[in-house]
Design a protein around this ligand. Sequence first.
Ligand SMILES: NC(=O)c1ccc[n+]([C@@H]2O[C@H](COP(=O)([O-])OP(=O)(O)OC[C@H]3O[C@@H](n4cnc5c(N)ncnc54)[C@H](O)[C@@H]3O)[C@@H](O)[C@H]2O)c1
Ligand SMILES: O=C(O)[C@H](O)[C@@H](O)[C@H](O)[C@H](O)CO
Length: 254
Amino acid sequence: MPPPFSLDGRIALITGGGQGLGLAIARGLAEAGAHVVLNGRNAERLEAAALSLRGDKLSAEALAFDATDETAVVAAIDTIARKHGRIDILVNNAGIRDRRALADTDAASTARLIEANLLGPAMVSRLALPLLQKSKAGRLINITSIAGHISRAGDASYTASKAGLTGLTKALAAEWGPLGITVNAIAPGYFATEPNRTMVEDPANAAFLAQRTSLGRWGRPEEIAGAAVFLASDAASYISGHTLAVDGGFLSHW
Ligand SMILES: NC(=O)c1ccc[n+]([C@@H]2O[C@H](COP(=O)([O-])OP(=O)(O)OC[C@H]3O[C@@H](n4cnc5c(N)ncnc54)[C@H](O)[C@@H]3O)[C@@H](O)[C@H]2O)c1
Ligand SMILES: O=C(O)[C@H](O)[C@@H](O)[C@H](O)[C@H](O)CO
């Protein structure tokens, strides 16, 4: 019997997998034995990311498409269907950030966040469902945020988009459980990735996290991977509708 955390032979699609948390998740899944399909919009960056994984003897390919463009998603799913015949693990990781209070935004910028962080993942999930059903153990993992559970002033549209994705996770767990597919979310806390670069460079934020998290620091991107491997694996076969915070204790700490 394979070890419970093994992902040997599984086919995983990771949206926004060319950098940051998505790439760290892809590496973790590949190290556990999966073949990872890295999605993003920048074909060159994706190829470089896939090449770096293959350089470490991991199984990876690039598949560029815009995860909010229905025509492009249909074509990408078709490519995966022809090449692999199924999807075992879908990670909806692609997302965008815009730290502004609602009063400082406009309808178009709010719509962009909802489109990228909620409608895109919903659409990719819906279009991937036939391939997830071809898996013996289909897994959907949404990358939400601690912002799906708490709110900090100056972040309204993003917070709403991630709370929406948290709700979608529970709804799809209910709808897809009877199909044998588990649906869970990972809620990252504060990670040192590109969208947070200026915040990481500002020592005031390190001081904030020193007192606001139990572990007292920023998360390192590679620290997200274990949660994804776990939720994708047989070890998590009876877990669905759950959000696993990977936040250094942010949500539990006062
Ligand atoms: N970094 C953090 O602290 C943090 C915290 C909580 C949640 N998250 C979430 O984790 C995910 C990854 O964040 P990150 O920090 O690695 O960001 P990132 O910007 O480094 O990576 C996101 C990737 O998604 C891609 N992407 C965005 N929209 C896309 C689309 N429509 N189609 C295809 N690709 C698209 C981007 O081009 C980028 O490569 C996001 O959903 C983010 O909201 C991050
Ligand atoms: O999602 C993210 O990018 C980060 O974890 C934070 O920015 C928090 O979500 C937010 O600040 C909490 O309200």
